[in-house]
Design a protein around this ligand. Structure first.
Ligand SMILES: Nc1ncnc2c1ncn2[C@@H]1O[C@H](COP(=O)(O)OP(=O)(O)OP(=O)(O)O)[C@@H](O)[C@H]1O
Ligand SMILES: [Mg+2]
Length: 328
């Protein structure tokens, strides 16, 4: 269920997050804008290193300490800019209004506490300690993510569980906070293939049951087709195309999106040579002034190298930053 007419629950406006290093400034996120609506799953796709995780961590305000800083932009959660909140307020917001599932469950779970202790903490936090039946709710939370024999599992430590099980526990902890917005950053890449599919199905079910909005980060267009309502394609620190999954799959309008879709292995038909994109993404320390994809683009003209293309509407709700779309 998507309510595109409703106010977005999360709105990111012109976000810039840079790494300030001795050898220069890495523009990991360089003007990202998107909105996420109630009950919607928005995919964020793009090659490795294009800035997907940094976008997510900027929104959560969990950037690696030291050199990374959000230097510009707004992150509106229910209309309020959370970039201006104090670290303490942010801790309150995280876990209750907006949560994140990382690629590696190991980094989300604390190795020195049992699964039950970590779940109880999340439930206690949400209910401000007023829930007397925390233990029962914790067991229920594990059951909800399909963990067998939750009464026994609840007393175990993370290292006593498999990768897939740990990721389910992370899911249970996140869901215990009942966040309206979830950011899932490649939540299945650390899992093996059969477990991946189970986990995607689980996330989908939880999304439908709770109506939460999800920003789903992946480099896999197959996963986008399966999980998402809309998709935003990112290249070298910026979003280059955005639309419903149907619009973008049927009418990919940025040459980079086309190349990405063409490189997805087909499940049916004869085995073809996979399309690969020639060349490398630009260095985020030395970005071209024009379109960032121009050096790799088969259609690039002079102005593509000279001027960054604005967003052109392909149709309602679908736009792309490519000069080829400019109306004559
Ligand atoms: N600790 C760091 N110091 C300096 N630069 C960094 C650091 N972490 C990330 N970067 C830079 O930020 C860019 C974006 O990184 P990010 O992790 O957001 O990519 P990503 O799109 O999530 O890639 P992947 O698909 O591999 O997870 C990278 O290209 C890298 O150059
Ligand atoms: Mg990443």
């Amino acid at each position: 269920m998507t309510e595109l007419d409703s106010e977005p629950v999360l709105e990111v406006r012109d976000l810039h997050t840079h790494f300030f290093l001795r050898r220069g400034v890495v523009k990991a996120v360089d003007g990202v804008s998107f909105s996420l609506h109630k009950g919607e799953v928005l995919g964020l796709v793009g090659e490795s290193g294009c800035g997907k995780s940094m976008t997510a961590l900027s929104v959560m305000r969990l950037l690696p300490k030291g050199s990374a800083r959000t230097v510009q932009g707004r992150v509106l959660l229910h209309g309020e800019d959370i970039l201006t909140r104090s670290p303490r307020e942010m801790r309150e917001i995280r876990g209750s209004q907006i949560s994140m599932i990382l690629q590696d469950p190991q980094t989300s779970l604390n190795p020195v506490f049992t699964v039950g202790e970590q779940l109880r903490e999340a439930i206690f936090h949400r209910t401000h300690g007023r829930n007397k039946d925390v233990m029962r709710e914790a067991i229920e939370a594990l059951r909800r993510v399909d963990i067998a024999a939750p009464e026994q599992r609840i007393g175990q430590f993370p290292h006593q569980m498999s990768g897939g099980m740990k990721q389910r526990v992370v899911g249970a902890i996140v869901m215990s906070g009942q966040p309206g917005v979830l950011i899932a950053d490649e939540p299945t890449t650390a899992l093996d293939v059969t477990i991946q599919l189970q986990y995607l199905k689980l996330l989908q079910r939880l999304q439908r049951e709770t109506g939460m909005a999800i920003l789903f980060i992946t480099h896999d267009f197959g996963v986008v087709a399966r999980m998402c309502d809309r998709v935003a394609v990112m290249y070298a620190g910026r979003i280059v195309e955005c639309g419903t999954v149907e619009q973008v799959f049927e009418n990919p309008s940025h040459p980079y999106t086309r190349a990405l879709i063409a490189s997805v292995p087909k499940m049916t038909g004869p085995i073809e040579r996979l399309y690969t994109i020639e060349g490398q993404p630009p260095s985020l320390m030395d970005l071209p002034v024009g379109c960032r994809f121009a050096p790799r683009c088969p259609h690039a003209e002079q102005r593509c190298h000279d001027i960054y293309p604005p967003a052109f509407a392909v149709e309602t709700g679908h736009d792309a930053h490519c000069w080829m779309l400019e109306a004559e």
